[in-house]
Design a protein around this ligand. Structure first.
Ligand code: AKG
Ligand code: FE2
Length: 239
């Protein structure tokens, strides 16, 4: 019963949805990836119209950049626009030879509002930084990676909010974490759920927890049919 009450408080902009619906209130779905890795997905976390307001605000007001990073030592244009927000006094973020400038939460009141909604929906979370991504179309993507930078601590919790074009978010088990059985056929191996796909809806939130960044990789691959922009917010905590 307690679990159910908690779920009800999560649909911040959708109080009248049907609690008996499959997947819980607001379609909330908990996926146990095994070995202490978990994903919570709430497709209708923020209201539809409010989410378009957020999209339009962010599209227009965020100082988006498309930086050149380094991959295997070679310069590589990041295949999406990004921006970084962080609370004052935190360790600097650095990834793939790139140190993004940190903007302040106060410069973007709608981001403070969304952060507040995330904290209310996930009691115990304390996010203090945010990486924003803008995928202009189906050619923009994020390749396979884990958000396992040391400054996020040993078991980072990451809450990811999506606006605009629906895209596939895929989780696959790291190759060295796959359970290999001698002589096992690839089809049998596939049945062991070494990968999961979430179609991330406008206004949804997906939270990765526990060992997910240790044992799993995630990506948002190119999609020829994705013909409009998507904005994604990934809230993180720097320790
Ligand atoms: O766009 C997404 O849903 C994922 C983005 C992501 O994985 C990241 O910024 O680390
Ligand atoms: Fe990521």
């Amino acid at each position: 019963m307690m679990g159910q009450l908690k779920l009800i408080s999560r649909g911040v902009e959708n109080p009248n949805c049907n609690p008996s619906e499959e997947g819980g209130v607001n379609g909330e779905k908990l996926t146990d990836l095994g070995n202490g890795s978990h994903v919570v997905y709430i497709p209708r976390f923020l209201g539809y119209d409010k989410s378009w307001e957020y999209f339009n605000y962010l599209d227009k007001h965020i100082p988006w950049t498309r930086p050149t990073i380094r991959v295997f030592g070679k310069p590589f244009l990041q295949p999406r626009d990004v921006c970084y927000i962080a609370s004052k006094g935190l360790k600097e973020l650095s990834y793939s030879g790139y140190k993004p400038d940190a903007y302040s939460w106060e410069d973007f009141p709608p981001l403070e509002e969304i952060l507040d909604k995330v904290h209310k929906a996930f009691p115990g979370s304390h996010f203090n930084s945010l990486l924003l991504n803008r995928y202009k179309g189906g050619n923009d993507y994020v390749g396979w990676h884990a958000d396992d930078e040391k400054l996020y601590g040993s078991n980072p919790e990451i809450a990811s909010i999506s606006f605009g074009c629906e895209r596939d978010f895929i989780l696959k088990k790291k190759p060295n974490k796959r359970c290999k059985v001698e002589g096992e056929s690839p089809s049998k191996r596939a049945k062991k759920n070494d990968s999961y796909t979430f179609k991330l809806k406008h206004g949804s939130v997906l939270v990765m927890r526990g060992n997910t960044q240790h044992d799993w990789l995630h990506s948002v691959p190119k999609r020829a049919k994705a013909d409009s922009a998507r904005i994604n917010l990934t809230f993180r905590r720097i320790m």
